[in-house]
Design a protein around this ligand. Sequence first.
Ligand code: GLA
Length: 386
Amino acid sequence: MVDRQALQQKFLEMFGSPPRLFRAPGRVNLIGEHTDYNDGFVLPMAIDRSTFVAAAPRSDRLVRVCSLDFNERYAFDLDDAERQSQAPWLDYVEGVARSLEACGVTLKGADLLIQSEVPIGGGLSSSAALEISAGLALLSLSEVAIDRVQLAQAGQRAEHDYVGANIGLMDQMAAALAHRGYALFLDCRTLETADIAIDTQTTAVIVCDSNVKHALASSEYNKRREECEIGVAILKKELPQITALRDVRMKDFQRYQEQLPEVIRRRCRHVISENARTLEAAQMLRQHNLAAFGQLMLQSHQSLRDDYEVSSSELDALVEIARQLPGLIGARMTGGGFGGCTVNFVEPFAVEHFCNTLATRYQQVTKRTATLYHIHSGDGAEELKD
Ligand code: GLA
């Protein structure tokens, strides 16, 4: 965990002035996977692990950024239109700064010192935590009023334009807007949100990192997005009013599915069924019907595995093992896929045995080591004031 005082002290030593402190959380998605860029529904939860940014303004337009996690330090000039990609992690910071400026905000230069508790590259959206914490810091130092949705959108544009990942808006919205004690139900078309309580008396949220990351994750991700667009273009011939898979009802899909090539058909079936599952899951969570919620998680995993093909043998093994353990309510892969984590709802009494047995059996089956986290919900981005 990040020692806030030590981070502030380090900033003082490095940059010679006392900083302000900002943070934004990682997220785990409970259900609604690969639906956000199809104008659909998602249900993420911000986690109690954050990326912290100690920050102070400068009188020029230089942004100096140091990461304690990477032990690297870079600088870029906001007035210098020529952007050089200096380091992958810096692209998220520079990307969000330049995206904010591109939409008309004038930022002050700043010194930033960054340290994260969100495991990097582990499927808990360390990238959104970095974009949103750095974006919030830069806006606050520049005394610009902050619209949380615009901040999330700037984070998303950073990924599109600077990182090359054509992601949706889920992770950034969770990092910017979620509340402790709640999952964040989000309509990715209207951007309306609703908080849905997570009852920790009846469920524990266990995240299990397979510790495998697929090398082609980002190109495969972009390919899935294109496949969905192809599906919309074909279905539009029969359903001219649709603009995204969000608009396609299951019964219309079933009627016209033969017109879609086999792979595109399965991609569309996942998105359409996942949207329906997410709406139902949100309802089940509101009604405290965890058994039904858990079943929807398992169905979501199957659909991601068979129709959307973004799972991996390791994630499948984790879900299969989890299903057989006492106290399991539901389990599925979470996030973009091709490796990363599963999310498990587990009855609180069973957590210790569940974690130990899942780790042991995963090791036996895959010869790999899993990392388990008992995750609690956290608040969205904020400035920390003591
Ligand atoms: C990644 C992206 C999100 C979303 C998920 C899949 O986390 O950043 O926008 O598309 O994958 O649901």
